[in-house]
Design a binder for this molecule. Structure first.
Ligand SMILES: Cc1cc2nc3c(=O)[nH]c(=O)nc-3n(C[C@H](O)[C@H](O)[C@H](O)COP(=O)(O)O)c2cc1C
Length: 267
C-alpha cells in the first residue's frame, strides 16, 4: 500500500476480535521485534494478553482505560537518552506498518502512570522497564450503519511555517516545491492524546522539526519519532531520500508555548 493511502486510512484500533493470532504470524512479529532491537530500546511480544489486561485494567492507558487485546508488544526504552525515546517510537511505527500488512490492528497504550515495580513484575524484562504497550489483534467488525468519528487533525497552516515559527506558509509555494501532499498526509500520524505537537519550519534547503509543549501539555518525545518515521517514508515517495539528523538547540519560546528543536532533513 502506498504510504499516503496508508496514513490517510490508518487509525488506532481499540476493539479486537476475541481471536488469538496464529503461531506463524506471532513468529513473524517476534522476528520483527528482534530485528529492531537496538542498544537504546527493545521490543517484546507478550502472548498472554489476558494476564496483562487483567493486571492493568483500570490503571493502564489514558485515565486507566486499558485496551483489551489478545496480545501486546511492549517497548522497553533506556530513557536516559532522548534519542532512544525518539528512535524507539520511530521503530514502533515501522512495526505498526508491518502489522498492518498482516491484517492486524493496533493501538499505543501509555504506561506512564503505572508503578515501576508492577511493570517489572508483570513484564519481567530484566533491565529497564516497559514504557509503552501496543495492543495488537484482528480488528472487530464495524457496524456498517454507524459512521465512526475519525480523530480530527490540524490544518497544514497550523503546523507548517515559513522560515520561523508563527510565519505563515504560502500554499502555492508548498505546491511549487512539490511538498503540499506530503504535509497534507503527514497530519494523519498518531500522537499522544492526539495533540499533534509537530511543527515544521520550512527553509530553502531543509525542513526543521520542532515539538510544541507547555506546562499543561508536557513534551512527548515519542511523537517526534513517529512523525520522523512517516515523514521519511512519505518523502521517499516524492524522491526525497534523506534522513533526519537530530539537533540540539535551546528551545524556542513563544506566547507561553515552548518549542523543542528535534531535527532537520534536507529537501
Ligand atoms: C505515544 C502514544 C501514546 C498513546 N497512548 C494511548 C493510550 O494510552 N490509550 C489510547 O486509547 N490511545 C493511545 N494513543 C493513541 C492516540 O490517542 C491516537 O493515535 C490519536 O488519538 C489519534 O487517533 P488515530 O490513531 O485513530 O488517528 C497513544 C498514541 C501515542 C502516539
Amino acid at each position: 500500500m502506498l504510504m499516503n493511502n496508508f496514513l490517510r486510512n490508518r487509525k488506532s484500533i481499540r476493539d479486537f476480535k476475541n481471536r488469538k493470532i496464529g503461531k506463524n504470524v506471532l513468529d513473524q512479529i517476534r522476528e520483527c521485534c528482534d530485528q529492531m532491537e537496538d542498544e537504546g530500546y527493545r521490543f517484546n511480544l507478550f502472548e498472554d494478553g489476558e494476564k496483562i489486561f487483567k493486571s492493568l485494567e483500570g490503571i493502564g492507558g489514558y485515565a486507566g482505560v486499558m485496551i483489551k487485546s489478545p496480545h501486546y508488544v511492549g517497548i522497553n526504552i533506556d530513557d536516559s537518552k532522548e534519542e532512544n525515546i525518539i528512535y524507539g517510537a520511530y521503530s514502533m511505527e515501522y512495526l505498526i506498518t508491518e502489522l498492518t500488512k498482516l491484517g492486524l490492528g493496533s493501538c499505543w497504550i501509555s504506561l506512564t502512570d503505572i508503578d515501576s515495580d508492577l511493570r517489572k513484575e508483570l513484564f519481567s524484562t530484566g533491565e529497564g522497564n516497559v514504557n509503552y504497550l501496543l495492543a495488537i489483534g484482528y480488528p472487530a467488525a464495524k457496524n456498517p450503519f454507524v459512521t465512526e468519528a475519525g480523530s480530527c487533525r490540524f490544518g497544514i497552516e497550523d503546523i507548517v511555517y515559513n522560515g520561523e515559527i508563527g510565519k505563515p506558509i504560502d500554499m502555492d509555494q508548498l505546491e511549487q516545491r512539490g511538498l503540499d501532499d506530503l504535509f497534507y498526509y503527514i497530519r494523519f500520524a498518531p500522537s499522544f492524546h492526539n495533540r499533534q505537537p509537530w511543527r515544521f519550519v520550512l527553509e530553502d534547503d531543509k525542513v526543521v522539526l520542532l515539538l510544541a509543549y507547555s506546562r499543561e501539555e508536557g513534551l512527548s518525545l515519542a511523537d517526534a519519532g513517529i512523525i520522523m518515521y512517516y515523514f521519511e517514508n512519505l518523502a521517499m515517495t516524492i524522491g526525497i531520500t534523506g534522513k533526519w539528523t537530530l539537533i540540539d538547540r535551546a528551545d524556542y519560546e513563544d506566547g507561553g508555548i515552548s518549542y523543542k528543536y528535534i531535527g532537520e532533513l534536507k529537501i
